[in-house]
Write a protein that binds this ligand. Sequence first.
Ligand code: AR6
Length: 173
Amino acid sequence: MSTSHTSLTLVQGDITEQAVDAVVNAANSSLLGGGGVDGAIHRRGGPEILAECRALRDGHYGRGLPTGQAVATTAGRLPARWVIHTVGPRFIHDEDRSELLASCYRESLRVADELGARTVAFPAVSAGIYGWPLEDAARIAVETVRATQTQVEQVRFVLFDERAYEAFADQLR
Ligand code: AR6
């Protein structure tokens, strides 16, 4: 369980504007950028983030970052110290990949603990281009963070639009 001092908060807005220790990126295995949150983070954070991602690909992550795992880089010009990149599963109808989505939240918090991050902003991982139904993505996000032991003091879910905000708000009620 998240330690009693972990608070879960909701913000409707843009994750690249969050002044937190770490922002979580809904990346893909290549770590080399994409659309959605990933595109926004690299655009606003600048080339330093991509340079560190390339270095990761040249080193330990030669075959890319596996789905459900997380790794940190600088946050470049973002108002955060680190970006924690995680790779959500694509939603497919005939297979239950919920455990991989839960793993994104657990592993991101584990990396946050390693960094000493105390405030962490998450997007709704997999709920955009990867097609995960929003209500289910919100349930997995909130349940997993609540069930994870971490030193992080504030987990801030940053939802782009009102529909996503309401889906997360329903889970926190
Ligand atoms: N701030 C907060 N939330 C956002 C922002 C933003 N700036 N932009 C989009 N969202 P997505 P995924 C919401 O597609 O589904 C990329 O190409 C969005 O409305 O960013 O995990 C990667 O490279 C949705 O609710 O991530 C991968 O290939 C949520 O963030 C792939 O997309 C996640 O949408 C990952 O897809």
